[in-house]
Write a protein that binds this ligand. Structure first.
Ligand code: TYM
Length: 330
């Protein structure tokens, strides 16, 4: 980030499952904690986005609570960060309408998320197609300058940048053009089958799964069929791909050498991976479980976050409505 300029970091996660997974954690959340130490940060629970895939109110509320607990469990301090639920600031829907009037439909049809859903033969709701505009509205409403995300969100970020530039050209400099913050080494975290870890592929390890369940998942990681004594390649191994995010440099080197020397079985490597994950996650899991018992406190934190977010939103919307020619004007 450029030193000296005002920066505002914003990111969001969908409450679209019972809990976040290791891909969310390594690709995005882990960096949130570092960024929060350095400056102004806003993190949201994007429940309006989750409406494209969660169709039970009770479930959405449960997932939202789990995500709030997860944000706190990883170490975000609610006194320092703005943590809120997207739907508590409904101006985001208003802004997304204004942005949609600028946004070429063809761009939405080229979005990977849309094309993937189409390729899978899924029924595509208008909401799913509109999704990148709502995401752009999230970022622009709060005038975010930097957006930390995993590599799968890169195209959405490019769309948000494009729309900010287009709006600014038409109406004057209202929005900062947001910079993506994508960490090269954790851009795409693979799942158990080597594809991107994702709830929709059901190949994920939940971040706070009980230790036993987590170990069971690790044991399911797909490998090639090399025998115990065979020489193995750490660069193409799904176990190693996760191990390098949890192990120290020295541990990584040791495992890589044992792979290359032969005589190191995948079962052993999985056990080492499990132990490395557990070492890092166990204290987080404990905090998560504790936050999950404090429903009222969580709601209090989200309410205070929403009130901070609302005041930024109100200011932006005042400017936006005015330049668009809505209302009586001054
Ligand atoms: P979502 O909820 O799918 O994912 C949340 C964050 O986790 C990252 N991520 C991954 N990173 C690396 N490897 C993986 N396998 C992996 N899976 C997920 C995502 O890149 C993301 O950073 N559209 C967004 C949510 C959103 C948003 C926003 C993000 C809505 N508004 C505004 C930033 C700013 C999404 O669906 O993320």
């Amino acid at each position: 980030m450029t030193a000296g300029l005002r920066t505002r970091v914003l990111s969001g996660i969908q409450p679209s499952g019972a809990q976040v997974h290791i891909g969310n954690y390594l690709g995005a959340m882990k960096r949130f904690v570092e960024l929060a130490k350095a400056g102004e940060t806003i993190f949201c629970i994007v429940d309006l986005h989750a409406l494209t895939s969660v169709f039970e109110g009770g479930k959405l509320r449960e997932y939202t609570r789990s995500l709030a607990a997860a944000y706190l469990a990883i170490g975000l301090d609610p006194e320092r960060v703005t943590l809120f639920r997207q739907s508590d600031v409904p101006e985001v829907c208003e802004l997304s309408w204004y942005l949609s009037c600028q946004f070429p439909l063809g761009l939405l049809e080229r979005a990977h998320s849309f094309k993937d859903a189409k390729a899978k033969g899924l029924q595509i709701s208008a909401g799913r197609m509109y999704y990148p505009i709502l995401m752009a509205a999230d970022i622009l409403l709060y005038k975010a300058t930097h957006v930390p995300v995993g590599a799968d969100q890169k195209q959405h970020l490019e769309m948000a940048r494009e729309i900010a530039e287009k709006f600014n050209r038409a109406y004057g400099e209202i929005f900062p053009v947001p910079e993506p913050l994508i960490a090269e080494e954790s851009g795409v975290i693979p799942g158990l089958d080597g594809r991107k870890m994702s709830k929709s592929y059901d190949n994920y390890i939940g971040l706070f799964e009980p230790a036993k369940a987590m170990r069971k998942k690790v044991m399911k990681i797909v490998t090639d069929s090399k025998e115990l004594e065979d020489v193995k390649d750490p660069e193409t191994c799904n176990i190693f791909a996760l191990y390098k995010h949890f192990a120290t440099l020295e541990e990584q080197q040791t495992l890589a050498e044992r792979y290359r020397a032969g005589g190191m079985g995948y079962g052993h490597a999985k056990q080492e991976l499990y132990e490395a994950i557990e070492r890092e996650i166990a204290p987080l899991r404990e905090r998560y479980e504790s936050w999950m018992t404090k429903g009222e406190e969580l709601e209090g934190i989200l309410a205070s976050g929403a009130s901070k977010a609302r005041s930024i939103a109100a200011q932006t919307m005042g400017e936006v409505r005015s330049v668009l020619g809505l209302g009586a004007g001054k």
